[in-house]
Ligand binder design. Structure first.
Ligand SMILES: C[S@@+](CC[C@H](N)C(=O)[O-])C[C@H]1O[C@@H](n2cnc3c(N)ncnc32)[C@H](O)[C@@H]1O
Length: 283
């Protein structure tokens, strides 16, 4: 364990080095994540509720209405977007690999008598064939994936969409880097977000300038264990974003500052891309 701490402090990991554990599906961490998702005033797991409502309205407008439209929500979490989109009339399928979130989502949609299909699944493993009119991956989760996994996701989503179907993705944009602090600090927690038992937490943020990647690292040291969690992100320019997605044979429709349809200025922390699978428009 000491060796692991020394290695952590000595070296920056190679790009997209994996975490020791998939924290979204961790029995303890997922409880705190779900609470964060469900807090309408917290934007650590989902955006704040007012922003989510604005996004759902914009997505519906962008799709020319929702009637009979099939929408695939990749990384749907506890179904906050999925429910609002279903209430608008979309036929929603949500995919997430947090068992706790998916169970919550199923239970909530049953209670509200909403007809949403949920799957506890890694979205890199989906296998749909020309089923959906729209696919969304919201909250800058695209850049969390390694370039290889982004390419898999784009390929699978392309296949899942009908010809003319649209893909809506958001990502971090260059101005975000200004607010990203390269820090290294240590704290003691009597039990909290990362573990139920007392732990020491070393948090380190690093920016990989050449490749434009941010890394937030959390080393969680409990009495008998030491786990490292790496949260990566890719910072995009408009050109990089367009190039990557069009290489997967999508056409670019338009860019926006956010998933609420704000005109693209390149000055916001985020960029939202709307892409189309070539073919007949489904709207
Ligand atoms: C930051 S949250 C955003 C959730 C939702 N899109 C929102 O904005 O409310 C990311 C979600 O994606 C899920 N997720 C991350 N990687 C995934 C993968 N490879 N397959 C399925 N779900 C994934 C996580 O479990 C989590 O619920």
């Amino acid at each position: 364990m000491n060796k692991k701490i020394i290695e952590f402090l000595k070296n920056q990991p190679i790009l997209y080095a994996e975490s020791d554990d998939a924290f979204w599906d961790d029995e303890h961490i997922s409880k705190h994540m779900l609470a964060a998702h469900l807090d309408p005033d917290c934007d650590s797991a989902s955006r704040k509720q007012a922003g989510i409502i604005a996004s759902v309205n914009w997505i519906s407008e962008l799709c020319g209405g929702s009637e009979k439209k099939k929408l695939l929500d990749l990384g749907c979490g506890p179904g906050i977007y999925a429910e609002l989109l279903a209430e608008k009339g979309f036929q929603v399928t949500g995919i997430d690999f947090s068992k706790r979130s998916i169970n919550y989502a199923i239970d909530s949609s049953n209670k509200k008598h909403l007809n949403i299909t949920y799957h506890y699944q890694n979205y890199l493993h989906i296998n749909y064939d020309e089923e959906f009119d729209v696919a969304i991956l919201i909250y800058c989760d695209f850049g969390v994936l390694s370039p290889e996994n982004r390419s898999i996701l784009l390929r699978k989503t392309y296949r899942a969409l009908k010809p003319g179907g649209i893909l809506i993705l958001d990502a971090f944009n260059e101005p975000y880097v200004k607010s990203f602090e390269e820090i290294q600090n240590i704290s003691y927690q009597p039990g909290g977000f990362w573990a139920a038992e007392p732990y020491a937490l070393i948090q380190r943020n690093h920016y990989y300038r050449e490749s434009r990647n941010t890394l937030e690292q959390y080393l969680v040291i409990t009495e008998n264990n030491c786990k490292c969690y790496n949260i990566w992100n890719q910072i995009y320019t408009q050109d990089m974003f367009a190039k990557e997605v069009t290489e997967a044979v999508f056409e670019t429709v338009s860019f926006f500052d956010d998933v609420q349809g704000k005109e693209y200025t390149c000055l916001a922390n985020t960029i939202c891309g709307v892409f189309r699978k070539p073919g007949i428009e489904t709207r």
